[in-house]
Design a protein around this ligand. Structure first.
Ligand SMILES: C[S@@+](CC[C@H](N)C(=O)[O-])C[C@H]1O[C@@H](n2cnc3c(N)ncnc32)[C@H](O)[C@@H]1O
Length: 247
C-alpha cells in the first residue's frame, strides 16, 4: 500500500484538503497534482498542481483517518475516544482488548498510544475495510481477530490493561471482563442510549468492580466571524454515553 498524505492549501480564505492514497494523478479544484513527485518530498514540503497552486504535504494522523477512512458503520467520535483515553490513562506499555472493530477508528486511536491492541469483529465482511484502515494508519501493533467477543472472551488466556466495548451486546461480555483484566485495569463501554447505559451499569455492578462512572461529553466548536464570536450553531449533538469501570 502507498503511504497516504494530506495535501492542504488555502482557497478564497478557506482551507481545502485532500487525502491522497495512491500514486498517479490527483484531480483537485485547483489543478492536477502529480503524486509521483511525492517520492522526492518530505512531510512539511510543498507540491504544486499544474495550475501552480501550492499544497503543503502533511502526515495523516488518527483524526484524518476518522474523516477520510472507508467506513463499514458509524465510527466512534473523537470526543468520545478522548474520554476513554483520558479516563483510562492509556499509555505506551498498555495492552488493549477492543470490540467490535467496525471501521477500526477507535482501534487506530488506541493503537497510536498503546503497545498492542487486539480487536474482535463478528462480521467477516467488515474486516477487510478495518485491515486497510490499519494499513493507512501505518500501525502494525493492531491484531484483528474474527469472532463474537461474548464467546471469545471466555477462552482468552491473555490479560489486558484496558478493554473497550462498542457493541450492542456489551452487557453479555461484562461478566468475563475481570478474568482478562490486570488488577487496576479499566473497562470502557460505549452506549448510544440511556437504556443501554443502564443495562451496562447493572451488569458492571454484578462484578467485583471498584469504581464506575458514566459520562456524556458535549463538544461545542467556537465560530469566529466578522459579526461576532460564539458557539457554532451547527454542532454534533448526542452521540453516546461512556461508562468507565475499574477493577
Ligand atoms: C459501532 S461499530 C464499532 C465502531 C468502532 N468502535 C469504530 O470506532 O470504528 C460496532 C461493530 O461491532 C461489531 N460487533 C457487534 N457485536 C459484536 C460482537 N459480539 N463481537 C464482535 N464484534 C461485534 C459490529 O459488526 C460492528 O462492526
Amino acid at each position: 500500500m502507498e503511504t497516504p498524505v494530506i495535501l492542504k492549501t488555502t482557497c478564497k480564505g478557506k482551507i481545502k484538503e485532500y487525502f491522497a492514497v495512491h500514486a498517479g494523478k490527483l484531480h483537485t479544484d485547483m489543478g492536477i497534482i502529480d503524486l509521483d513527485e511525492l517520492q522526492t518530498r518530505s512531510f512539511g514540503d510543498t507540491i504544486c498542481s499544474h495550475l501552480g497552486t501550492e499544497f503543503v504535504i502533511q502526515k495523516p494522523k488518527a483524526p484524518d483517518l476518522f474523516k477520510y477512512a472507508k467506513r463499514t458503520g458509524a465510527p466512534m467520535m473523537p470526543k468520545d475516544i478522548g474520554v476513554i483515553i483520558s479516563n483510562t490513562g492509556l499509555c505506551s506499555s498498555d495492552h488493549v482488548l477492543d470490540a467490535g472493530t467496525g471501521s477500526g477508528i477507535l482501534a487506530i486511536f488506541l493503537g497510536g498510544i498503546a503497545e498492542r491492541v487486539v480487536t474482535y469483529e463478528i462480521r467477516e465482511e467488515f474486516m477487510e475495510v478495518a485491515r486497510q484502515n490499519f494499513g493507512l494508519a501505518g500501525l502494525s501493533n493492531i491484531e484483528l481477530r474474527h469472532g463474537d467477543i461474548a464467546v471469545e472472551i471466555r477462552g482468552l488466556d491473555e490479560k489486558f490493561d484496558v478493554i473497550t466495548l462498542d457493541t450492542l451486546d456489551a452487557s453479555k461480555v461484562i461478566p468475563y471482563v475481570p478474568e482478562v483484566l490486570y488488577p487496576g485495569g479499566f473497562l470502557a463501554v460505549y452506549s448510544p442510549f440511556f437504556e443501554q447505559a443502564k443495562e451496562i451499569r447493572e451488569a458492571i455492578e454484578k462484578t467485583r468492580v471498584t469504581d464506575v462512572i458514566t459520562i456524556e461529553t458535549i463538544e461545542r466548536e467556537i465560530s469566529f466571524t466578522v459579526r461576532g464570536t460564539r458557539p457554532s450553531t451547527s454542532r454534533v449533538g448526542h452521540t453516546g454515553f461512556i461508562t468507565i469501570a475499574r477493577y
